[in-house]
Design a protein around this ligand. Structure first.
Ligand SMILES: O=P(O)(O)OC[C@H](O)CO
Length: 386
């Protein structure tokens, strides 16, 4: 095996924060960066030129100049809008900028395999994951769509050191990143038992797909509830079948998906071909209204929570480098359940009757897009089987 699935051990979470409004997320991130004393690690799929990203850049540059170790890893495709002058500014200030998978090689596998991870670690203390990106469109600036609905989960405790190690794997030239920072992982006064335990769940391509295996295990063993939020719903047939089987055995399966406001309307259209069999099995489908739902999180049976970068789609489950945090935490369950309830109230649940009455031209288009999707999946998988 070239690379492996990594699930770090369960460790206590000392304190946690769940943020869903992009303005809060942007503020929180900038405050953390401003307060950094020793080290800032930042990895993201998307970091592009703009007003807010420019402010973040200014803080990172100033911090690097003041002696804080600043390491930035950006995906070469997702962050192609990152101005080259910004990379030069960061480097001139003493920061390290690493491009992940530049398109040097030919081959679909290589092109598909992106770092989709969102990792922030500050001073080895606070670690954050989610689906946020450094782009003005996330904040709703300059476009007609309002800010994205996101989910950033930040926590303090030994898991920050695990996240540093995960970050270091994309920074092979810097073994120092793999060493614990003095004072990192210390126990804080807040939290305690309520935050429970957490661990990292990484999807590391190409051979082992830990994210998918873990998801399938949860889908196959859930007994009461399985609520999943994802902006891009396009899993392979095995995962779709597991969702249907869970609903058939009486589990309350709900999907919270992006509605009309999405950056990939064609993709949304294509995957709607899969709605009917899911609804017939008893899966409840909600489409978010009023904003682009971009958060990626799930809740199962009131004891399991996961948040992070992974979409419930083919690319996340088979190709991308993803990073989620899994939590066994009463407080996280409470927060996620309230978040779901709040977001369901802003979503429209699709009714089977109305859905079946959609026009024929629409069904035909969905069918065509689904055929295209199956062809693309088969081509990407090559000789691998689901
Ligand atoms: O792949 P995601 O979930 O990071 O979303 C990416 C943006 O929406 C760009 O299309």
């Amino acid at each position: 095996m070239l690379q492996q699935t990594r699930r770090t051990p369960w460790v206590a979470i000392d304190a946690g924060i769940l943020l869903t409004d992009m303005a809060d997320i942007a503020r929180w991130l900038m405050d953390q960066f401003r307060g950094a004393e020793t080290e800032i690690l930042l990895e993201n799929y998307i970091f592009e030129g703009g007003v807010w990203p420019g402010q973040v850049l200014g803080i990172l540059e100033a911090k690097a100049r003041s002696g804080v170790r600043v390491h930035v890893t950006l995906d070469a495709i997702g962050s192609r809008g990152f101005p080259s002058a910004w990379a030069s500014r960061l480097r001139a200030a003493g920061a390290y900028v690493h491009w992940y998978h530049r398109l040097r090689f030919i081959g679909m596998e290589h092109r598909l395999r992106r770092t989709h991870r969102r990792i922030i670690v500050v001073d080895g203390q606070w670690a954050a994951v989610g689906g946020f990106a450094f782009a003005d469109v996330w904040l709703g600036a300059g476009v007609s769509s309002p800010p994205y609905r996101e989910a950033l989960f930040a926590c303090r405790g030994p898991i920050a050191q695990h996240l540093r190690l995960a970050f270091a794997r994309h920074h092979p030239g810097f073994p120092a990143l793999a060493l614990p920072l003095p004072g990192s992982g210390t126990m804080g006064p807040e939290g305690g038992a309520a935050w429970g335990k957490g661990r990292l769940l990484e999807g590391l391509p190409p051979r082992r797909r830990g994210m998918r295996r873990r998801l399938l295990a949860v889908l196959r063993t859930a007994r009461r509830e399985l609520w999943i939020a994802t902006p891009y719903f396009n899993p392979d047939p095995v995962v779709r079948r597991a969702l249907q089987q869970a609903a058939r055995r009486g589990v309350d399966v709900r999907l919270l998906l992006a509605g009309r406001i999405t950056d990939h309307p064609l993709l949304r259209f294509g995957i709607q071909a899969y709605y009917q069999p899911l609804m017939q099995a008893g899966v409840r489908i909600y489409e978010y209204q009023g904003a682009f739902l971009h958060g990626k999180y799930a809740l199962a049976d009131g004891y399991w929570v996961t948040l992070g970068s992974a979409n419930l789609d083919f690319l996340s489950l088979w190709f991308n480098h993803e990073l989620n945090i899994e939590l066994r935490s009463p407080l996280a369950v409470l927060l996620l359940r309230s978040l779901f309830v709040r977001e369901f109230a802003h979503a429209q649940e699709l009714a089977m009757g109305g859905w079946q009455r959609r026009p024929r031209w629409r069904r035909t288009l969905e069918w065509l897009l689904a055929v295209l999707d199956r062809w693309a999946q088969a081509r990407a998988l090559g000789r691998r089987k689901y």
